[in-house]
Write a protein that binds this ligand. Sequence first.
Ligand code: JFZ
Length: 456
Amino acid sequence: MSLLSHRIGWVLVVACLMMVAFPSILWAQSDPSEQAWQKDYGATHDQRMKWWRDARFGMFIHWGVYSVPAGVWKGEESKHIGEWLMLDYKIPVAEYAALTPKFNPVKFDADQWVRAAKEAGMKYMVITAKHHDGFAMFHSHASPYNIYDATPFKRDPLKELADACHRQGMKLGFYYSQAQDWHHPGGAAAKGGHWDPAQDGSMDEYIDKIAVPQIRELLTNYGPVAVLWFDTPVNMTPQRVEKILPLLKLQPEMVVNNRLDKNKLTGDFSTPEQKIPDTGIPGKDWETCMTMNSTWGYKSFDHNWKPTERLIRNLVDIASKGGNYLLNVGPTSEGEFPKESVERLQEIGKWMKVNGEAIYGTTASPLTGLTWGRCTKRETPDGTTLYLHVFNWPGDGKLVVPGLSAPVESATLLAEGKKLEANNSAEGVVVTVPTSAPDAISSTVVLKVKGKVEAR
Ligand code: JFZ
C-alpha cells in the first residue's frame, strides 16, 4: 500500500472521527444562514425556529407598576403608550418608586391567563419581566426593585406563570428591557436621556450589576424559556452586546428577537411593530407585535379597541405573508385582563377552533393579488394544500383563483367539510361556493392540487 494511499486512509479515518465527535459542526455547516452569534449557541437557527414558525400566533403581555397609574399622572391622561408614563412626565425616580406599595395584584391567576391564551389559539406567551421603568416583575436578587420585595404582593408572578405554562403545555417567553432602565443608575433613557440625577451612572456598571444578573436569573430560575424579547437597544455598543450574548447558551433551544443590538445583527426574527409589512419580509423570520387598543401597558381610559374582525384578518394576512402575530394584552393593576381583551380572545378562539388548520404550520401564499382575501399553503407528500381565506364572499357563487394552473384534486369548505366543485379554467381555478359565507369574518376553502405551487 503506497505511502500516499496510506496517508489518504488516515485523513479519512480522522474526518469520520470528527463527524462523529462534533455533530454540531456537521449541522452548523448545513445551515449557511447561521450567523456567528448563533453558531456557538446550541441548536441551529432552523432547529430552534421550527416550533415558532409552526405556532404563528402568540400573546404579548405588558404588565408592571405602570398599570397602577394606568396612564394618568396628577389627573392628566397620557396620550402616549401607558408604560412610558415615567419618561413622558419625567417622574422622579423616588416618586415613581412610591407607586410600588400600591401594586398588589391579588386577582392575578396564572392558570386563567394561560387558559385564555390557549383558548384563543395562541401557542406562546411573552411577558414583560422588566420594562423600561426598571421594575422587575419577578423575585430578582440583583435588585430589591421587584414585585416580590417592593410590593405587598410578595409573590413571583413569573414563577407562577412558568408553572401554569408547564401544566398547560404553553410556551413561555420573557421581554427584558436590556438597555433602557429609568430606575437603576446608568440605565439608558431614550428621548433626551435622564431627567433625575438619581439616574446618572455608568451604563456598563448597570449592564454588569443589573441587566446581566437579571437575564441570568430569568434564563436559570424559570424552567424552559422559549423566547427572549429584547427591546430599544439604546447605547447598546458591541461590547455591551458581548456581555449578554453568552447568557443565551443557558437556553440553547430559545428563540431571540432582533432588538438586542442597535444594528439588528443578532436575533432569529425581525419585529415589525404595530404594522404588517405589505409583502412580508421574504427570506426572513418575522413577527408583527400589535396592541388590541392603542397602548401596551394598561390605560384605564383607552377604549380604542380594534374589532375582532380586524384582529382575525390581521392574523390571516400575516400568516399569508409567512409571519407570526404577537397580540398584546395589558392587564390591570389588580392582575386581570381587561374585559374587552377577554371578549376578543374568546371570539378569536372560536374562529381558530374551526380554522386553526389553515394557520398553524402553514407557509406564505404563492398567490398574490387575491381580491377576495388571502391564501396560506401547506406542502404535502402528494401535492399542495392551499387554504383560501375568503374575506369578501363572491355573491355569484364563483370563487376565482387567478393564474392557478395546478391540476385540482379537491375543494372543501373547512367549516363544514362540505365538498365543493372546482375546475381548472383559462382564468385559473374556479370553485363553486354556496351563495352565503359560512363565516362573515373569514371563511376557509381548502383546495388540494397536484404538485408544487411556487410563488409567481
Ligand atoms: C417598544 C417599547 O418602547 C414599547 O413600550 C413596547 O414595549 C413596544 C413593544 O416596544 O416600542 C417601540 C420600539 C421600537 C420602535 C417603536 C416602538 N421602533 O423601532 O419603531
